[in-house]
Design a protein around this ligand. Sequence first.
Ligand code: PGA
Length: 262
Amino acid sequence: MNKQKTLMVGNWKMNPETPAEAKKNFRIIKTQGSKLRNVDTVICPTFLHYGDLSPIVSGHRVVLGVQDCFAGGTGSKTGEVSALQASKAKARYCIVGHSERRAAGETNEEISKKIISLLKYGVTPIVCIGEGERDVAGKYLFEIEKQVAASLKDLKKNQVSKIVIAYEPLWAIGKNAKRAANSAEIEEMVIQIRKVLTDLYDLKKIPTTRILYGGSVSKQEHVEDFMVNGKVDGFLIGRASLDGKTFAGLMKTAEATSKNKK
Ligand code: PGA
């Protein structure tokens, strides 16, 4: 684990139904997060609810992110939101390449453009990668290598540590998932991702890029185990971030685990 703070990201997807519920949930998370010195918390609401939450943000420990942005500059693109707009609205992070968007047709080419655009405007991209399934021959390791290389193809050497990578195996995400990955599976992938980055950019030192895990994280034991044994720097959490109290519990465990590791 590197020395940066642990990153706890709540991906609210198409939830909740109303701005009032979004505000209520966010307030619980904010109250908890502002007490934590070793954790950075990011909530990514829908674009519709973003403006309801931004006046509530104060301080730097709990901030907002967005779930996606347009793969290019500004202009006439119905339904899109640009990286520049995200930046002006003080979004600190933007999720890119989530498997649900890849399944809807998002390409590595677009992901790469989004990353470059976000970095240009000072928004940190959270780049999602993950294999469809694990096979005994280990093909999934190559799948990850290919995804990293294709998604980050336009990134410069000095930008490698400026992005966040979220390892989210597809089989562990969402309500049809049978289980979260285990810490051995996660650690193997964290090592693989750092190796791929080091080789790809011919780096002299292993990069400090924060690597998160996402997929059915719901229990405080997950957080502790995956940080200590899985060696992740934080989490991208869907369902368990929709309940402020549950997410606050996970944030507290992240704080305690970060402290113990120092
Ligand atoms: P989950 O979603 O925590 O509900 O599995 C994670 C994600 O899709 O980012």
